[in-house]
Design a binder for this molecule. Structure first.
Ligand code: RIB
Length: 280
C-alpha cells in the first residue's frame, strides 16, 4: 500500500444542476441545489485513499460550519487530517459550480483559507509520493517540490504561472487540454512524465517530447465531470508508485476518471479499486 501526502485545497462545492450552462450575463432558473465536499487537494486525497493508498492531507480550512461539511467524506474515508488545520479568522474555501445534463461544468472558486497554507507551515512529508495542485499558493507548492525527496506529482490546475523549478523537479505533471494549451512551451521544461487528459478523448503520457502511452477512457454516461481530473491524477500516481508500467497505469487512471463522472458531486463520486478494475 503506497503512502501518499497531498498538499492542497479543501472546498465546499455548492452545485446547481441546471438545464444548461449560462452564457455570460444570462440567468438560468429551475436548477437543483446540492452541497458536496470538494477542492482539488481534498478530492485527490480521498481518490487515492479509495484506490488503496494510505493518505494524509496538509490543508487549511476556516473555523466555520462549511469546514465540517467539507471534511465529512475525508474523515469517513480514513484520510489522515492531523495537518488539516482550521484557522479562526478565515472562511473555508467555496466553489460555485454549475453542471449541465451532459455533465459539463463551470466552476468559480473563492479560496478563503486555502490561500493561507504557507511554505513554512509543514515539514517535508515522509511518504512514498507527494501530490500538489495550484489551488494553494504557488510558493507553497514550489517549497514542497524542493524539499520532498520521493515521487512528486503536480497537477497544474487551475492554470497559473509557476516556478520552472517545479516542472523540472516533478516526476509527473498532469494537465487537461485547456491547461496544456495555456502552458504551451513552458511544459518543455518538464523532465518527468507529462499526462494530458482530453475529456472523453484519448489521454497521453509523454516523456522527453515523445508519446510513450495512449489510452481512451471507457465509454460511460456522464452526469457530472467535477472531480474527474482529480481522480485521474490520484489514480495515475497510485498506479505508477505501485510499479505499474506507464501504459497500464494510464489505462487505470482513465478508467478511474471516467468512473468518477457517473455520479453527482466531486468526492461523492470517487470510485473504489474494484469499480475501477471493472472498467479498466
Ligand atoms: O476539480 C474539481 C474541484 O475544483 C471541485 O471540487 C471544486 O472545489 C474546485 O476546486
Amino acid at each position: 500500500m503506497p503512502t501518499i501526502t497531498v498538499i492542497g485545497s479543501v472546498n465546499l462545492d455548492i452545485v446547481a444542476k441546471a438545464a444548461r450552462l449560462p452564457a455570460p450575463g444570462e440567468t438560468i432558473t429551475d436548477a437543483e441545489l446540492h452541497h458536496f465536499p470538494g477542492g482539488k487537494g481534498a478530492n485527490q486525497a480521498l481518490a487515492a485513499q479509495r484506490l488503496g493508498a494510505d493518505v494524509s492531507l496538509i490543508a487549511r480550512v476556516g473555523e466555520d460550519g462549511s469546514a465540517d461539511e467539507a471534511l465529512t467524506l475525508l474523515r469517513e474515508g480514513g484520510v489522515d487530517l492531523a495537518n488539516c488545520i482550521a484557522l479562526p479568522a478565515a472562511a473555508t474555501g467555496t466553489a460555485l459550480i454549475a453542471v449541465a445534463p451532459s455533465g459539463e461544468n463551470q466552476i468559480v472558486v473563492a479560496p478563503g483559507a486555502n490561500r493561507l497554507l504557507h511554505p513554512d507551515d509543514f515539514e517535508p512529508p515522509a511518504t512514498d509520493a507527494l501530490i500538489c495542485q495550484l489551488e494553494v499558493p504557488v510558493d507553497t507548492v514550489a517549497h514542497a517540490a524542493q524539499t520532498f525527496g520521493g515521487f512528486f506529482c503536480v497537477n497544474l490546475a487551475p492554470a497559473k504561472r509557476i516556478d520552472v523549478a517545479v516542472l523540472q523537479r516533478a516526476d509527473l505533471v498532469v494537465v487537461n487540454e485547456i491547461e496544456s494549451a495555456w502552458y504551451g512551451n513552458t511544459l518543455k521544461a518538464c523532465t518527468g512524465l507529462i499526462a494530458t487528459t482530453r475529456g472523453s478523448g484519448t489521454a497521453t503520457l509523454e516523456q522527453d517530447g515523445e508519446v510513450i502511452a495512449e489510452a481512451a477512457p471507457p465509454t460511460v454516461t456522464a452526469v457530472d465531470t467535477t472531480g474527474a481530473g482529480d481522480t485521474f491524477t490520484a489514480a495515475l500516481t497510485v498506479a505508477l508508485v505501485e510499479g505499474q508500467e506507464p501504459a497500464e497505469a494510464l489505462r487505470f487512471a482513465c478508467a478511474a476518471g471516467a468512473a468518477a463522472t457517473t455520479k453527482m458531486g466531486a468526492q461523492s463520486s470517487l470510485p473504489g479499486r474494484d469499480e475501477v478494475e471493472n472498467y479498466a
